[in-house]
Design a protein around this ligand. Structure first.
Ligand SMILES: *[C@@H]1O[C@H](CO)[C@@H](O)[C@H](O)[C@H]1NC(C)=O
Ligand SMILES: *[C@@H]1O[C@H](CO)[C@@H](O)[C@H](O)[C@H]1NC(C)=O
Ligand SMILES: *[C@@H]1O[C@H](CO)[C@@H](O)[C@H](O)[C@H]1NC(C)=O
Ligand SMILES: *[C@@H]1O[C@H](CO)[C@@H](O)[C@H](O)[C@H]1NC(C)=O
Ligand SMILES: *[C@@H]1O[C@H](CO)[C@@H](O)[C@H](O)[C@H]1NC(C)=O
Length: 398
């Protein structure tokens, strides 16, 4: 009941300003921070920080935005679409809880590279199996959930053939995943179209890595229009799911090629992490990764990894998974990824972490909802751009 009211409140609070802002220009700069609770005061100084980084990084010039998306875009063509996505995902979720972090990550990876256009789902480029696709590049081996998106897409196709894009399904499924995992609700606009191309080069170069320092993390997010506060709130997505050992091992055994652990890890936490992720020289660390939760529970690999729930262990008890425990872990030096813990290395981001950690989680949840909405509008294709794929793995060839 309580969460119902809160969700309703979030819808009202988010929805109206957001819709207005999307009508005006790129959503990101317009979304105002609504003073939400007593903790808002502690944010007032940090939110005025601006990220001053040279825009030296070369990336795509094709600027597209979410201003053509609509609320309930399929109301005439496939009114049941959002309901089908939600019920299919809910069914999957009760067998595979890990679908939530997996789809959240899939969404992030898709949107971060050339926008939320489902390019990540393609098996090949326009039938040219020669050119590399994002699926092979970015996340290799560690992204999961493609099959779940296919399942959902099949159900949607049965109801409304050729109408609902894969890109919309990914965005809706990510939103519903957050909700199922105990996170906040946020409205997702629809009307995205699918790209017929995938972007291997961009994918490898532009995805933030788990061993990035805070400067680079902020820089990469800044290139996508996210400020420090948005970046710090988005990383709170690590609240759910496991971080795979692949992404932690170097920190534990061979930090920056020193053959020593990261000296910033507290000794008891180092022991705990090493128990979870034993030194396995066979593990080939793949560093081109972020939002690095390990996937499906049915997967053998998923046994090796750690969650932020474990990181904080018994020191703080919490009812919900989607709360402040990520930030509390960082405050205690118990970040799993180097990039996570790096948020404490700069004053600007450390203040944000403290502020998020210091209230009941409502500020984080509000900011997270807002940043997810913004992410879902990133560089979308709309109108006559792109296409609506029938099979999310394959472009439609005319
Ligand atoms: C694929 O790559 C090979 C070697 O790089 C090249 O010889 C061949 O022509 C390419 N095929 C296509 C369809 O581009
Ligand atoms: C991704 O993994 C596959 C299989 O493990 C491998 O063949 C491929 O070369 C990898 N691609 C990249 C870009 O690392
Ligand atoms: C952060 O990383 C970048 C490259 O990844 C490097 O050029 C820069 O010097 C690093 N900054 C600090 C403060 O370590
Ligand atoms: C980890 O394994 C490597 C290779 O087996 C070994 O050289 C190294 O000393 C080990 N490190 C620790 C901390 O056990
Ligand atoms: C979708 O396309 C992929 C790759 O081309 C194929 O393996 C898969 O069977 C197709 N799925 C359906 C439902 O047709």
């Amino acid at each position: 009941m309580r969460s119902c009211i809160i969700n309703l409140w979030i819808v009202v609070a988010l929805f109206v300003p957001v819709l207005l802002s999307l009508r005006s220009r790129r959503g990101e700069t317009q979304i105002q921070t609504t003073p939400s609770s007593s903790s808002a005061a502690s944010f007032s100084d940090s939110s005025s920080f601006s990220v001053k980084l040279a825009n030296t990084f070369q990336f795509n010039q094709r600027i597209r935005d979410g201003s053509n998306l609509e609320y309930d875009f399929y109301k005439d063509t496939c009114p049941q679409a959002e309901g089908i996505v939600r019920s299919a995902l809910t069914r999957i979720y009760f067998d595979h809880r890990d679908v939530a972090p997996a789809l959240l990550r899939l969404f992030f990876h898709d949107c971060f590279i050339q926008g939320c256009d489902a390019s990540l789902l393609l098996d090949e480029n326009d039938g040219n199996s020669n050119s590399s696709v994002e699926k092979q590049a970015v996340p290799n081996q560690t992204l999961r959930g493609f099959d779940k998106i296919d399942l959902i897409k099949e159900e949607v196709e049965q109801a409304c053939p050729g109408v609902v894009s894969c890109a919309d399904i990914v965005s809706l499924a990510a939103r519903d995943s957050v909700l199922l995992a105990g996170g906040p609700f946020y409205p997702v606009l629809t009307g995205r179209r699918d790209n017929h191309q995938s972007f291997f080069e961009e994918a490898t170069a532009q995805i933030p890595r788990p061993d990035d320092n805070v400067t680079r993390t902020l820089h990469l997010f800044n290139l996508r229009g996210f400020n420090a506060r948005e970046t710090v709130s988005l990383l709170g997505g690590h609240n759910i799911g496991k971080i795979g050992c692949d992404f932690i091992l170097q920190r534990l055994y061979n930090f920056q090629d020193t053959r020593q652990p990261d000296p910033s890890i507290p000794p008891d936490f180092l022991r705990q992490m090493r128990l979870n992720c034993p030194n396995n020289s066979n593990t080939n660390t793949n560093k081109d990764e972020f939002m690095t939760s390990k996937p499906m529970s049915s997967d053998v690999q998923s046994k090796s990894g750690m969650s932020y729930m474990q990181a904080l262990s018994t020191s703080v008890s919490s009812g919900s998974t989607f709360d402040t425990h990520y930030y509390q872990s960082l405050l205690r030096g118990r970040g799993l990824l180097f990039a996570d813990q790096q948020l404490m290395a700069e004053d600007k981001t450390a203040k944000l972490v403290s502020a998020y950690a210091s209230d009941d989680g409502s500020t984080f949840r509000m900011d997270f909802a807002r940043v997810m909405l913004k992410m879902s509008n990133l560089d979308v294709l709309t109108g006559l751009q792109g296409q609506v794929r029938l099979n999310c793995s394959r472009p439609v060839t005319s």
